[in-house]
Design a protein around this ligand. Sequence first.
Ligand code: HT7
Ligand code: ZN
Length: 852
Amino acid sequence: PVVTRREDYREPDWRVPEIALDFDLDPAATRVHATLQVERNGSHDAPLRLAGDGLLALVVRVDGVVAEDWTMDGDDLVVPLSGAAHTIETEVEIAPERNTQLMGLYASGGILCTQCEAEGFRRITFFPDRPDVLSKYKVKMTADKARFPVLLANGDPIAQGDLDGGKHWAEWHDPFPKPSYLFAIVAGDLVANRGSFMTMSGREVQLGIWVRLPDLPKTDHALHALKLSMAWDEKVYGREYDLDVFNIVAVDDFNFGAMENKGLNVFNSRYILADPDTATDYDYDAIAAVVAHEYFHNWSGNRITCRDWFQLSLKEGFTVFRDQSFSADQGSAAVKRIEDVRGLRASQFPEDAGPLAHPVRPDEYIEISNFYTATIYNKGAEVIRMMATILGPEKFRAATDLYFDRFDGTAATCEDFVQSMEQGGGVDLTQFRRWYSQAGTPRVSATLTQEGGRARLTLRQVVPPTPGQPVKEPMVLPLKVKLFGAVTGRALCDEQLVLLKDESHEILFENLPETPVLSINRGFSAPVVVETNRTAKDLAFLSAHDDDPFARYEAMQQLMLDTLVTSVANGTGDHQAVIDAVRNTLTDANLDRAFIAEAVLLPSDSFIGDQMTVVEPEAIFRAREALRQDLGKALATEWRAAYEGSLANRFEYSPAAKGARRLKTVALGYIAASGAADADGLAFDQFRGADNMTDRQGAMTTLVNGASPLREEALEAFYTRYQGNGLVLDKWFQTQALSSREDTLDRVERLAAHPDFTLSNPNRARSLIGAFSVNQRAFHDVSGRGYRFVADQLIALDKLNPQTAAKLLPPLGRWKRFDEGRAAKMRAELERIVATPELSKDMFEQASKSLD
Ligand code: HT7
Ligand code: ZN
């Protein structure tokens, strides 16, 4: 396979300032006629090379004359040209209904839609399909009016009309030059939830959330989130929307969450459709976050796009940071930060520590789709957040203004962004740039020693080796630090922002009136692992007294982790410190329920495993269950009080009501863990009586993890109630695949043969295979059956949808973290995958790198 390298970047030989596309749409055979205005870029004699993927040129014309001298180089169309500017026409035929990869033009539930990022446009027509070729698009679509009454494209609608034979047509123009990955069309029998938004300069924008008619009642939340996002981007970044219409279409088959096509976002329906009966609070929040994310891309991604795909984090890291800030502003900022850090630790830290580790700005790839990773998105967002922290809010805003002004209408680089931060913020980020080039999660050791009224904080950093990067330079780590008095709980100093730049650094604190306790990496100011010399007593103290809610949460997590890691090593542990700390938090009347619910949750099995040299799945599971049981028993009264104090009469979507629901189900889990005689009945009553999906799924999860026969009853009732609703059935599959029960692997194997299971829908594949492979206990069953099952499924999925298959491979690649027996079995499955005939390059890259 061909490796693309960042250092090989060259400007395009030909630019395409304008393109006109004419689609004769038909699911079985769509004709695409493209007219490109091309201009030679600089003085060279290179021919025009147009990327294609599986296309056959039916005709090629140069300046209106049929050309005969074009050739094919692999999938690319090569046309020799003599002048500085020409008009090139091509015609191809494609079959959307046979497109199972869901890239290019494809059919989903009777809707024709496109997905072009990163390299899908070349599956529609021949084109220099790279993000630094910006063109103005005119699009005409013709289709059967009964089947496809709605025809949408980027930009603004220009004209439409009817034709003989039941056909109709529509024309759309997008005045903003854009790269081909932002191109989109949609044709279908759709209806819109319409709204409007008045921009800050007084322009009215028509908004539409397009779905199939039965889904229309589930679109209000997304429309509301869109309006909030538009207002937020004006207020916080001064960014106004620029077209007269903004449309979103929901489709059921989608490789990702959503896509930010200019003026025509296409969404995975799970990030649009919501009502209390079918969507959890988590779904509601995710919908708002993804709607915001795609909308924010209009500036961070569309108006300023990426020069090449190595710069992907320029738009994705920045846009994730923007959507995280938006969500933080809608509810509890502390809880949002906790959720984001939990996500980072669950997905990005393991990536950084494994065979697929890569820098935020990678150096090479075989298949760019494999680089839509937690590192590019979430670590990329942390890198932006650190620059915002270093600059402070006013300078950060000045710097983003500078960036938007200077690079508007261009294809930019991460370096352009950092330079804007430097100039707008008046700082030197020379060393900070290592965050873009060095992979791996830095580890910081922080030791606080006290001598009389003085304390010395010694910080050391190590950046671990990663594939291809054996030796690392020190990074710039912005660490927020504060000291508290161990006796009074008073702050002993103001919060300081320490920039750790060298391998080690010392800070002295003078005139301390009492023994200090260290609070460090407050707000998770740097995405690093911190090891300290704090005792269990210090951590328990901070979990009750720190004035930074994130640091309180973190202290509790560390206390729990230390306890669990010791228990795994010794086979038994002392749980009293955790019990006391959890009691304190649970009964603190000043804390909101959403925070309490997060703080009292034990670290996941996999996060505990990440702390160990060799992961022991069964021992971890047993240690965690033992602690859960002790917490459940020791705090039985408190859990009951938390449960009963969180009952609500009627569903409401508000931060307080969400917090109550969250705490209720967390408390239910502990009541069940305690072995209370009435726990199953309580869960089943919650399941039956719920007026919303959060409570229903929460109760079902508790039952599905337990031994009660009521679990089968609940699963059956859930299935019957929601048969035919794909998004809810995904929850049914996922809940079972995540079960902590011993028989989960057997059940998952049976579910893969269930009539409602299919690999051709990415959401369904992820809900069973994806969920199962992050269930540490079940996936790492010592027999190796879990590995074989996942490998079989991925080999089958690769034939349909390589992109989705390749994204599900990483858990199998983490063999180095396990004992020899498991590691050998995991490697054997990776080898089997690599040896599969006609394997996609997506899977080849992931599996072969995972074997190294
Ligand atoms: N920018 C979008 C990425 C995306 C994508 C990437 C590969 C294959 C399919 C895809 N669909 C969407 C989504 C985003 O980050 O906003
Ligand atoms: Zn994005």
